[in-house]
Each structure stands twice: as structure tokens, then as C-alpha cells.
Design a binder for this molecule. Structure first.
Ligand SMILES: Nc1nc2c(ncn2[C@@H]2O[C@H](COP(=O)(O)OP(=O)(O)O)[C@@H](O)[C@H]2O)c(=O)[nH]1
Ligand SMILES: [Mg+2]
Length: 216
């Protein structure tokens, strides 16, 4: 009798496969000389608005592709598409994050020789996306003054795994009596050297410094 038992470490298998796909994506981006940026943050923090404002400033200089991740709809892709930018919407159905294989499918389906910058808007939350590498050059976390003062302290792992933090909606800080310096201190507690940008995606304040840091 043949009785076989196979134990599968689901976590290891899942993350191993993701890392493999992420490496392939990184190779593809590098081959085409593309700067790729993953933007993570809660729903409503201003990820789409930030990408729209960056596209307004950069689309004359660079051909841009935007990949939007959402459970449903193509609202965000259409908002960015209105700025004359090509878009791919990924609807994840139930998944609370984009993973490298989803990005790989999108890249395989696209003529990447046309682009120099790829913005990826991850699914809106600060928990799941941090666990999945996508193979990008930079991971940006967006928090904003409308989410209350504890977003950084409550998501240390996401902050730790990012390359920079954008504090968005600073135009509203005064009226909301929001202590932006304290939020910067919270980032410093997690990583003393992580670059932090104080931005208003609406007024454009702080965007030049962010663009310069992204090397664009
Ligand atoms: N006042 C202000 N509103 C903003 C700013 N950035 C985004 N918003 C608004 O916040 C809401 C959510 O923005 P959105 O880009 O859809 O957030 P997302 O869910 O993270 O993509 C929208 O009504 C935006 O117009 C900002 O810097 N200042
Ligand atoms: Mg959005």
C-alpha cells in the first residue's frame, strides 16, 4: 500500500512563490529602465490624488503607466487615466493586497518599452500589502492627517518595510489641530533614518521634494 503524507508550509510556499515572481518583475523593470513605485496606504489617505498630482507634474517628462489595485471597480484607474496616462486596473476580488504574480500578469500583457515610470496603487489598507514584495524600486507609505494620530504607531511593520513615508493632507493639519511633528516622531521611533515628506496632494505643497527624492 502506498501511503504518502506531504506537509506543506502554506506561508512558506505562498511567500516563496511571491518572492520568485517579484524577482522576475524587478528584472523586467530593470530591462526596460523603468522606475517603479508601490504606493500603500488606507482607503481615503490620498493615494490616487497623490498619483494624479505626480502625473500632472511628470507626464510631459516621462511616459507613465499606472497600475491600480482594488477589490472592485476601475474608479482609481479612470481618475488617473483622465491625466492622459495609460492605466491597468487589477480587481483582486477578495484579496486585500496586490501580489507579485498579479503585477507579473499585468506586465506581461503590456508593451513596457513605452514607459519610464510605473506607479502602482496598492489595495487600500496598511496591513496586508506590506507582506508582499512586488519587485518595485521604491515602496511609499502614505498616511494623512484625517486618519487620526495613531496610524504610524499601529502599523510599525508596514513603516519598517517601506522606503519613505508621505504625510498627506497637511493643508488640513491646522483646522484639524493635528500634530504633524508628533507623527514624524512616531516614524523616527520605528526607523530613525526613513525619509518623511510633508505633502498636500491637493495644493502641491511638498511634492517637489518628494519628486526629487524619487529621482524623477
Ligand atoms: N484637503 C486635501 N484633500 C485630499 C488630499 N489628498 C487627497 N484628498 C482628498 O481625500 C479624498 C480621498 O483621496 P483618494 O486619493 O481617493 O484616497 P485613496 O483612497 O488613498 O486613493 C478625496 O476626496 C481627495 O480629494 C490633500 O492633500 N488635501
Ligand atoms: Mg485610491
Amino acid at each position: 500500500m502506498n501511503e504518502k503524507t506531504i506537509s506543506i508550509d502554506v506561508q512558506k510556499d505562498l511567500f516563496g512563490a511571491n518572492e520568485e515572481a517579484a524577482s522576475k518583475n524587478a528584472e523586467i523593470f530593470q530591462k526596460h529602465g523603468i522606475v517603479s513605485i508601490d504606493i500603500m496606504g488606507s482607503v481615503g489617505t490620498g493615494k490616487t490624488q497623490l498619483i494624479e498630482s505626480l502625473c500632472e507634474r511628470l507626464s510631459d517628462k516621462y511616459p507613465i503607466l499606472m497600475i491600480a489595485g482594488d477589490l472592485a471597480t476601475r474608479i482609481d484607474a479612470d481618475r488617473v487615466g483622465a491625466h492622459d496616462v495609460d492605466t491597468v486596473q487589477i480587481n483582486t476580488g477578495t484579496a486585500c493586497h496586490l501580489d507579485a504574480r498579479m503585477i507579473h500578469v499585468a506586465l506581461k500583457d503590456t508593451d513596457l518599452s513605452k514607459y519610464k515610470v510605473v506607479f502602482i496603487e496598492n489595495v487600500g489598507n496598511l496591513i496586508c500589502p506590506a507582506g508582499y514584495s512586488l519587485g518595485v524600486n521604491k515602496k511609499v507609505v502614505v498616511v494623512s492627517v484625517t486618519e487620526g494620530p495613531y496610524m504610524v504607531r499601529k502599523h510599525p511593520l508596514t513603516i519598517k518595510r517601506s522606503d519613505m513615508v508621505v504625510i498627506n493632507k497637511i493643508d488640513l493639519a491646522e483646522v484639524l489641530e493635528f500634530d504633524v511633528d508628533a507623527l514624524v516622531d512616531d516614524v523616527r521611533e520605528v526607523d530613525a533614518k526613513l525619509p518623511v515628506f510633508r505633502v498636500s496632494s491637493k495644493t502641491g505643497q511638498g511634492l517637489d521634494a518628494l519628486i526629487a527624492h524619487l529621482g524623477l
